[in-house]
Design a protein. Sequence first.
Lengths: 388, 389
Amino acid sequence: MRGTLAVARTSLLRVTKDRRALFFLIVLPIAVILIIGATVRGFSTIRVGVVDLGAGSAGRSLTVAMQRAGDLDVRHYATISAATTAVSRGEVATAVVLPAGMDAALRSGQAVDVAIFADRSNTTQQAAAAAVGSVVAKVGARVQAASFASSQAFGTYEADLRTAAALQQTNTQSRVVSRVVDSNSQTLPQGFSYSAPTMLVLFVFLNALASGAVIIETRRLGIYERMAAAPVRRSTIVLGETLAYFTVALGQAALIVLIGAVVFGVSWGNPVAATSLVLLWALVGAGAGVLSGTLFRTPEQASAIGPPVGIALAMLGGCMWPLSIESSVMRQLGHLTPQAWAVDAWTDLLSRGGTLASIAPKLGVLAAFAVGLLALSMTRLRKVVAQR
Amino acid sequence: MRPAFLIAGKDLRQRLRDRSAIVIGVVAPLVIAAVMSLAFGTTTTFHFTLGVVNADHGPIAAQLERILHEPGLRNIVTTRPVADEASAAADVKARRVQAAVVIPAGFSASLSAAKPESILTFTSVNNTLAGSVTTSIVSSFTAQLNADRLSLATAVSSGAPADRVAALEQAAAKLTVPVQLAQRPAGSRELKPVSYYSPAMGIFFLLFVISFTARSFFVDRGQGMIERMRAAPIQPLEILAGKALSAFVFGVASLGVVAVVTTAVFGAYWGSPVAVAAVCMALVISVVCLTALVIGLARSQRQAEGIASAVVFGLALLGGNFVFVSAEPDLLRRLALLTPNGWALRAFTDLSTRGGGLHTALVPVAAILAFSAVVGMAAAGLSRRAVTA
């Protein structure tokens, strides 16, 4: 046991003294969590650009109504060309142009067309146009009512507009009652609660794969041979190396959990279940890391091939976007990776208040991955250590 | 100049023999583009099935059903008749339909009564977009119906006498909502995920040229190769030019292969070839300048690897190689324009969506070259010292 710990300690020291490794272990994951967390505002809000060419108070009330609509995220643009550029770049799904003199035209009883940029063939733009259309129709109804009442000499346009807005809230209107039928969310919450768990899964695995380079370097330097010259058993070396990889993976995961909770306010769900998940994922990472150290021939290979493999598996496993938006074939393919099971388990914990019992099947699959990877990698490492 | 070509040739041969360089420069971006195109191959368009319960069978319900089949909505909604409210809720829950709308019995008739019936929509947490689009469509429809009732109610509330209500009701029924949306073509091609992430990944892995070249320089120096070269009648500048040339050729080849293969195999659209070539060249020049800077700043191979990693991942994160930059908050989108890869991605996005030739890419290319000039000048003095030291 002492021998195992000594081997593990030596390998760990090499990692912690390497400032470059610390960059990948800590700085990079946190930076990625920050950027993705700030960007992923959910797959449900629609970004809409607004160009106000001097529409007056009617334009302002339409803008306010769009801002208050929960599913719209309004961004302002000064010119039509800036707005259409934003549409083409995908910064907004669609852009609305509030024409000059809109308020005056409406007051004088004229109809006003509000231009919206959306191509018929582009479904994202059409969905956005439908969402904007509903807000415009509601505001338009108030304008119609105010014009009508004031034209019949009942009240002023402004007063009638306020009356119409108040009446619109009462139940003398036919309403649309929306009911959510399920609470069984298949995706993680938005913001940092999305980016922190997915990037934990991605980076612990990716980093382990890339740090397979350390074993190759150890092999190259002849350290295993020197160890074998001492009265150290092969199994001690193998266990020690694996323990070092496990400790690094666990340390990185724990740090992400801690920073996620303290800095980004992520609530990681049931503590027992979350801890089990982190432990199992660190074991999967350790298995993958040691395996990478025995599969590749040069440190360059490990650090060249590790990251793309890690990123590709993370993409397949739902770390970069939810698997629920993919076809069922791709979802099944994704579940051939351990990442998908880990993300599923985090989704259960963060979105559905999951417990150890509810994620047990997923933990079972992850345990199978961990056992498989560890068995394979430790057997290979034993052979590597034995090589003279 | 011949020594520079010879050094470049030797470096390139070495690079080609090193399988990890090929993996990073060519295989990795292609593998990731393949995964992206598989993942999004069937989901680039937003479309959903809407369950419709028509318990009303009246004229207004028929009007709503007609609207759901309008040409503008046909691309995003397919309707499916559902027997009753309970089955509609069950269908949404079981994901047989993504959302449902229930038009209650007596809906049409209730619109002329004091308290009209409400329309019910069922949505799922797992498809909030389908839910909000459904609610939007139905809300637009009821807003039209409500506008006439609202007009009368407003007149009454503002003091219309009871004896005029019948006449006002008739007048209100003829009104149309005075604010309408008029759809105009956005005039741009849809940006498919594969068209964004192919260049994004190609550029990300291109940035690794910085690590490779800087590393190979220090390996050469460690082995006394640079000293031996200097013993020959070769200027330090020629040695640097040779290294830069090999990095340039490798970079252009790697990005070129990624562009050709992702276009031919995965259906990515990068834009006009001439403009794409200009952006690629400018970007590779900036990568060469960054490499020179890293070589100039570092004192050892280890330091070079560390600085290069920070530069590569820092640029990739800020420039939008990992996250669709357009979806980022304003500040991050501005920060992306401090990086050459951020400008390149903007150019590829514009070329892919708005088309156009070289003029579309002119500003990004100028920005990348300006960045290269600044970095290149900073690197010039520093890296010369690295050779002569």
